[in-house]
Design a protein around this ligand. Structure first.
Ligand SMILES: [Zn+2]
Length: 191
């Protein structure tokens, strides 16, 4: 995504369509799946932080966010690309949407995410805001290193993009464990 560019509704819808088809292929898009109920809204700019400048998910809305019309449980894509930090420059709109659906999954399936296997896999609980000390190769991207929820979302993003087929370049045992964790979540919700 390029700094200063405007994201149109058409671009969002086209990217969302591609990602939803991928979600269908990996078993995350069916009637009754909470991801289907997640809306993708276009908004002027991110009210959160520069890290969320390309897209964000609202887990819980603050009083100010509520006044601004942001509702928990949905994905928001700012129409104006305000910033471009090191990790955002590589992200496509599709990748942003894939990433935000991971937060939606965690939001709508809190019981699955709060089990001890999340902590065992990502180093701490989903809502822990501290970076995790793990070797660099255990993370799928630089942004994944910021905190467990972002690690989960980045891994999920690549998982969906690759339609669940693990790239042969992934050799790190901990990273394989993260990939397999997503496999196990999908199996659980398809029971
Ligand atoms: Zn995120």
């Amino acid at each position: 995504m390029i700094k200063g560019s405007i994201i149109s509704l058409k671009q969002i819808n086209s990217a969302a369509f591609t990602v939803q088809d991928e979600l269908f292929k990996v078993g995350l898009w069916f009637e009754g799946c909470k991801l289907v109920d997640t809306e993708i809204y276009r908004c002027p700019v991110s009210p959160l932080s520069l890290y969320d400048a390309d897209g964000f998910f609202i887990h819980g809305a603050s009083a100010v966010q509520k006044i601004l019309g942001f509702e928990p449980g949905h994905i928001y894509i700012p129409s104006f690309v305000l910033s471009q930090t090191f990790w955002q420059s590589r992200a496509s709109l599709r990748d942003v949407i894939r990433h935000e659906y991971a937060h939606s999954f965690a939001h709508h399936y809190p019981k699955l995410i709060s089990k001890s296997d999340f902590k065992n896999t990502f180093g701490d609980e989903y809502y822990s805001y501290e970076p995790i000390k793990m070797e660099k190769d255990a993370f799928i991207s630089d942004y994944a290193r910021t905190m467990p929820m972002e690690d989960f979302a980045e891994t999920f993003m690549v998982y969906v993009r690759r339609k669940g087929i693990m790239p042969s370049t992934i050799k790190n045992k901990q990273l394989i464990k993260k990939w397999q964790y997503i496999d196990s979540l999908i199996k659980l919700i398809n029971k």
